[in-house]
Design a protein around this ligand. Structure first.
Ligand code: HEC
Ligand code: HEC
Ligand code: HEC
Ligand code: HEC
Ligand code: HEC
Length: 651
């Protein structure tokens, strides 16, 4: 389940259509996904869901717009079949579910979550069919629901997002506008001045620290940034603070003061090689988020790189590239774990193509510095930025801003002479969205769900500019439910040292501040718990692992080792389609995903080169191993994977 205002998976749809492996594609004309309406008490919320999946730990809200506690959820929309054919649906859930296709119930029962509830087989018409699911959680405990479908050729798989669609409605548009208002409120750090009760990770988002900033940033750049951040970087969350006729003079005084805050001198960096820097820039896909400095066309949505010489004090750029979060924990620029040499090469490439900075020397006059310091203290800068100086600025808490005032102050359509309110670069639609949020009970600003965090931050952080766009990178739509949240948190945070796909020159960059919630969101989005459930080894694990080892071998098995390395043993035929070293799979992969993957890899990822081993009924072609029982054979491989680094190479 994901509440995302805009559906942006046209690429995926095209891919699925082209491959036509999957049983269905969506009605082209309608937006993808189904609507999800949740109701708790007398509040309700509607959004667009990517799937009929949900996980709500006891005591947590299902979305930020309703209170924690009992709720009902209703998914509604269309499901598209490419040809008229029979489909079976089944679902794993706690609570009760009524699932209807074309107004006829296929599941209408209570579920315990231990075993899937099998629905009646239904015939789907070619083209669109109506789908409605109504879910009520159990009286106590976690609420979860995972719906799957299958036809004759494919085993149970998640319904592909692209096969679901919905029609727009005024109610949905209004709700999405409110969602957008909440996103804008969080992103622009409104609560740093208009305080709200704690509860959401984003309320703790910081801004670059001022401590020692004069040792890192040039005076002229600081003055121009402070005067008008939006013209320097489209979409920045920092507002313009000085708006009157004296804005230029004030910005310069503040810049002079900040420039005087010198920290320790930067360590001398080695001169880099610009040519190698350019090659690395391409290899690491920096252009996912940036306009390369030597590009002729500039995408306004991406961050330019021509200003680096004006911004960074000479010699400090490599240090920034190596540790972007050093002075700004919630920076969106990720950490690529660059070596000193790599950082120097990248910096040389960027510097060589940067605009020449203006040679303006910072005024060092005591009166100017004192004025700058006072302005920093009493203009609101320190509501967002950290400095060891007293903050003398305060604004009313959010609860003190009545609805009918949301056309004033920060939300005035045009700047107001003499107002102390900062000026954000908000569009008319943005202001409308914030006003829509203001008109609610505003409690959504005290509630958090990891799934909502994932939807918002994966957009802001451009995850899909790499995942799904660059060949060979795992597609973003494959990630929900794939990885154990503990491993994913380490990996997204950049602390995992093992590199999964040794054959890729690119690396996954680290997003340390965001990682934990993103990883949890990826699990819960697929209806799985925020922490990996216990997975006790069965009594006969040793025997099963032996059988699993045989399955992996070339001798009487499937020869998994031709593509996959196992602990210290290298794959035997990697040129085919390299796979990951299986010694890490147990700590990485969620068990349900593993089962689906091994059962029919191409129904999980139509583009994978991993072969399908089991027949349509799921039977194994190896009668000597566990009597050819497919699920048991897959379970045996799992027990083998459990041995991790202790896995022995098959014969
Ligand atoms: C740097 C601190 C600061 C930040 C950040 C800030 N505001 Fe304000 N806001 C103010 C001040 C100060 C005023 C009062 C202006 C005045 O008195 O003219 C104000 C006024 C307002 C008002 C009008 C209130 C009234 O009763 O007149 C609204 C509405 C408002 N802000 C909303 C927002 C929203 C929404 C955001 C985020 C997009 C935001 N503010 C961010 C400081 C801030
Ligand atoms: C996922 C998106 C993303 C990727 C990938 C990315 N960056 Fe960034 N980068 C950002 C963002 C966002 C900022 C602005 C950070 C801030 O100051 O808040 C930034 C800032 C920078 C800056 C400072 C520029 C300025 O005006 O502040 C440099 C230099 C930079 N990145 C270089 C790189 C290089 C080199 C790579 C590839 C190794 C790279 N970036 C990859 C998102 C990204
Ligand atoms: C509502 C919060 C907020 C307020 C108020 C605010 N800033 Fe910022 N500022 C930010 C954020 C967030 C960034 C990072 C920009 C980005 O990520 O695009 C930033 C960036 C900066 C930077 C660039 C730092 C760097 O190293 O890249 C400077 C300098 C700066 N702000 C100065 C100021 C000054 C001076 C004031 C007061 C006049 C001020 N800011 C008020 C939020 C704020
Ligand atoms: C600059 C490109 C880039 C960006 C931006 C990016 N990733 Fe990645 N990501 C990669 C690459 C490359 C890999 C594969 C690394 C490997 O296996 O060695 C990867 C792997 C992953 C994996 C592991 C998947 C698996 O099957 O092993 C997860 C999870 C992930 N990324 C999540 C994210 C999230 C969440 C974001 C946004 C916050 C994001 N990525 C942004 C390049 C990127
Ligand atoms: C022809 C090559 C090939 C063979 C043979 C093969 N695989 Fe794979 N396997 C792959 C590829 C390719 C992937 C996906 C790699 C990626 O995500 O980038 C994969 C992924 C996996 C994964 C997910 C690993 C992870 O940590 O993400 C598992 C588990 C796996 N295979 C198990 C097996 C088993 C067990 C066998 C034998 C029954 C097998 N594979 C045979 C190519 C192969």
């Amino acid at each position: 389940m994901q509440l995302r205002p805009l559906i942006r998976r046209a690429g995926l749809m095209a891919l699925l259509t082209a491959l036509s492996v999957l049983p269905a594609v969506a009605a082209d004309s309608l937006p993808a996904g189904v609507t999800l309406t949740v109701t708790a008490g007398n509040a309700s919320d509607v959004g667009v869901a990517e799937n009929l999946w949900l996980y709500v730990p006891a005591g947590q809200p299902v979305t930020p717009f309703v209170a924690p506690g009992p709720f009902t959820a209703r998914w509604q929309g269309l499901i598209t079949a490419e040809l008229r054919a029979d489909f079976a649906f089944h679902a794993e859930y706690s609570g009760t579910l009524k699932l209807s296709i074309n107004d006829a119930a296929v599941i209408d029962a209570a579920g315990t979550g231990d075993a899937p509830v099998n629905g009646k087989t239904v015939r789907l018409n070619k083209g669109t069919n109506g789908i409605v699911a109504e879910y009520t959680p159990p009286a106590s405990g976690d609420a979860f629901l995972r719906v799957f479908w299958s036809n004759k050729e494919t085993p149970y798989t998640p319904i592909p997002f692209a096969a679901l669609s919905h029609s727009e409605s005024p109610e949905l548009s209004k709700s999405l506008l409110i969602h957008r208002g909440r996103d804008l409120f969080l992103e622009h750090r409104c609560s740093k001045c208009h305080s709200v009760p704690a509860g959401i990770p984003e309320l703790t988002m910081d801004a670059p620290a001022f401590t020692g900033i004069g040792g890192r940033r040039n005076y002229d750049w600081l003055a121009r940034w402070i005067q008008d951040p939006e013209t320097m970087r489209h979409g920045t969350p920092m507002p313009k603070v000085f708006t009157g006729a004296d804005a230029g003079e004030k910005s310069e005084a503040v810049a002079a003061y900040l420039a005087s805050l010198k920290g320790a001198a930067p360590a001398a960096a080695n001169a880099g090689n610009a040519g190698e820097g350019k090659a690395l820039y391409e290899k690491l896909h920096c252009a996912a988020c940036h306009n390369p400095p030597d590009a002729t066309e500039q995408d306004p949505k991406k961050i330019g790189q021509k200003q680096v010489a004006a911004k960074f004090i000479p010699g400090t750029l490599p240090a920034f590239l190596q540790k972007p979060a050093e002075h700004y924990a919630w920076i969106r620029m990720p950490n690529f774990k660059l070596s000193a040499e790599e950082a120097a090469n990248l910096a040389a490439y960027l510097d060589a193509n940067a605009d020449k900075p203006a040679a303006r020397v910072a005024p060092a006059d005591d009166a100017v510095l004192a004025r700058g310091r006072t302005l920093v203290q009493n203009s609101g800068c320190l509501n967002c930025h950290v400095l060891d100086a007293q903050n003398q600025f305060a604004a009313r808490p959010l609860s003190g801003l009545p609805n009918d005032h949301w056309t004033m102050g920060c939300l005035a359509d045009a700047p107001i002479e003499g107002s102390k309110a900062p000026r954000y670069a908000l569009s008319a639609e943005d202001r409308q969205a914030l006003r829509a949020l203001a008109a609610t009970d505003r409690r959504s600003l005290t509630r958090h769900t990891a799934v909502d965090f994932l939807a918002r931050q994966s957009e802001r952080l451009n995850c899909r500019e790499c995942h799904g766009k660059v060949e060979g990178f795992p597609g973003f739509e494959l990630l929900p439910g794939k990885l154990k949240p503990e491993w994913a948190a380490r990996f997204i945070g950049g602390t995992e040292t093992w590199k999964p796909r040794t054959w890729l020159e690119a690396r996954m960059p680290g997003f340390p501040a965001f990682a934990g919630e993103l990883a949890t969101g990826l699990s819960m989005e697929a209806g799985l718990p925020p922490k990996s459930p216990d997975d006790p080894a069965p009594a006969d694990t040793a025997e099963l692992a032996k059988a699993g080892q045989k399955v992996a071998g070339a001798n009487g098995g499937f020869s998994c080792i031709s593509c996959h390395g196992i602990a210290d043993f290298a794959a035997t035929q990697v040129f085919e389609a390299p796979g990951l070293n299986l010694a890490h799979s147990y700590e990485r992969i969620q068990k349900p995903y593993f089962r689906r993957w091994l059962r029919a890899p191409t129904s999980v990822d139509p583009s994978t080169k991993m072969p399908v081993y089991f027949d349509e009924e799921g039977k194994s072609p190896l009668p000597d191993i566990l009597g050819g029982d497919g699920p048991k054979t897959i379970g045996a491989v799992w027990e083998y994977l459990r041995l991790a680094e202790k896995m022995q190479k098959p014969e």
